[in-house]
Write a protein that binds this ligand. Sequence first.
Ligand SMILES: [Fe+2]
Length: 307
Amino acid sequence: MIETKLERKTIKGNGYEIKPSLDHGRMYEIELDREVLARFFEEVKTISSQQLDYIPYMRFIMTDKLVKLLDENFQKTVRGILHDRSTGGFTVGVGGYTEDTEEYVKFSTAFSHLVGIPNFDAMSGNYYARFSVKHTDDSDSYLRQAYRLFTLHTDGTYVDEATDWLLMMKFGEEHAVGGRSRLLHLDDWEDLDHFYNHPLATQKLVYKAPPSKNVIKEVFRTTFYERNNEPCMCFIDQFVHPSSIEEATYLKDLSSSMEKSSETKGVDLPEGKLVMLNNHFWLHGREAFEENPALHRELLRQRGRFA
Ligand SMILES: [Fe+2]
């Protein structure tokens, strides 16, 4: 399954550059020119994030403001990266132009609506969710627990709608050592064939969310499915409810194989930067943080469908 080194080149466009990422061999890094960032934030200055919350069409206006500052290939190229099985991921940031979290919401909205429509996030009651990771946590899932490894998973396992992509943006952090994102592309996983060809790979399993997610319904999903004739995956250890020892053992072995994979890579995401990934063939998680009572990190997430 493991491909030989990808042949990837830098794409120079009008107002931007898209380069192979130095953080992960499959990802790209998008760099917007400073004038583009300056003009974008200037043009959206009078639009508040509250307007984005209340008026759905304003979210597409964010994207429109951005694409009009770039050449006509930009949107197609970014969508192409997310759909392309050999990559399916990129990072892009505000380049230190702003540290205002209100502006971060606008920036992330421009990128999410460039590729599709975010799903309703029941945890926040909005199209995005902002959440913090701190020293203490009394929640009911790993999302906000700083000192334990957040195991590799896909998003949207317990919701009805398709979750084609996910976006995570770092809003800020203090006293955060460790806690890098952990990423694994399905085609890099040494044991994919074994688990994909296993009789339980297409067994329907129940997914249930804990109370904090505000999703009451159960959904049935298979661990593996095909899309464009390629294996794709749906998995998260916390919300899948196996009904036998065999199913439980399959899931446990699958999780520990991914955790142990030498292809699972830790990636830093600086403040003001976002990562977008294809959720069908990328698994993501988080390293544990080093203990510090003053630890604080704030993130924004969006998940959604392709246009
Ligand atoms: Fe996640």
